[in-house]
Design a binder for this molecule. Sequence first.
Ligand code: ADP
Ligand code: MG
Length: 265
Amino acid sequence: MMSFSRNRIITIANQKGGVGKTTTAINLATALAAIGENVLIVDLDPQGNASTGLGVNRRDRTMSTYDLLTRNASVSDTVMETAVPHLSIIPSTMDLLGVEMEIAGTRDRVFRLKKALQAEDAQAYTYVLIDCPPSLNLLTMNAMAAAHSILVPLQCEFFALEGLSQLLDTVEQVRDSLNPDLDIQGIVLTMFDARNNLAQQVVADVRAHLGEKVYRTLIPRNVRVSEAPSYGKPAILYDLKCAGSQAYLQLASEVIQRERSRKAA
Ligand code: ADP
Ligand code: MG
């Protein structure tokens, strides 16, 4: 497939649930939109937390990532505006649970999302962030095949590194077979609690293992961040001043910096 994509596609993945994928997708996207980038979130989790967290009601989700993956629908067919200027979303519905069965027998099953995101109408966005389900299934494979890079949230807990090697092995396999150019944008440590000695130790361990791949920004555990989705808002809009929002703004500047140095390379 010829590739003329001008957008940057970043997949946010970790097969563990509850590590901060969706929170990172929503707030990183909002931070990028706030500096004037045109941003698209692709909600690939049947739970639809990114859609709900951005205030998209279930009854309004007439077209979704399900239609993109199974019905050849385009980005412009499925995209919805959010309350955040410059931020759009392709929402998800529970129908996504059926995608695997529906497309498993097709030859292009892993490249459905890539095809949609390389089309001309998807080039209106400078950044596309894909929020993955907590699994290394066909949905996540579509996201990895479509992406320029992958961003991995890791929760600052004792088992943080467990499962990461499986994820990194999968990235290697994807490079070998589906997407040779897949980069690791970075690894972001989430829900950090400075008062917890164990969390400090986890940060030190992860940095020792993974070095520069780990962003300098630590996302703190912050109650404002966890409250925001119930108001259908990104934390950055709900409470810009809180430590969690400020950390996500910082993360966005690191992400942009890495994108720039990649371009220059
Ligand atoms: P995932 O998408 O990986 O399953 P989520 O982003 O949904 O993870 O986060 C899991 C839970 O943790 C959610 O209830 C979310 O609100 C909460 N959470 C995520 N990040 C933070 C944070 N920095 N501070 C406090 N709570 C957080
Ligand atoms: Mg999620």
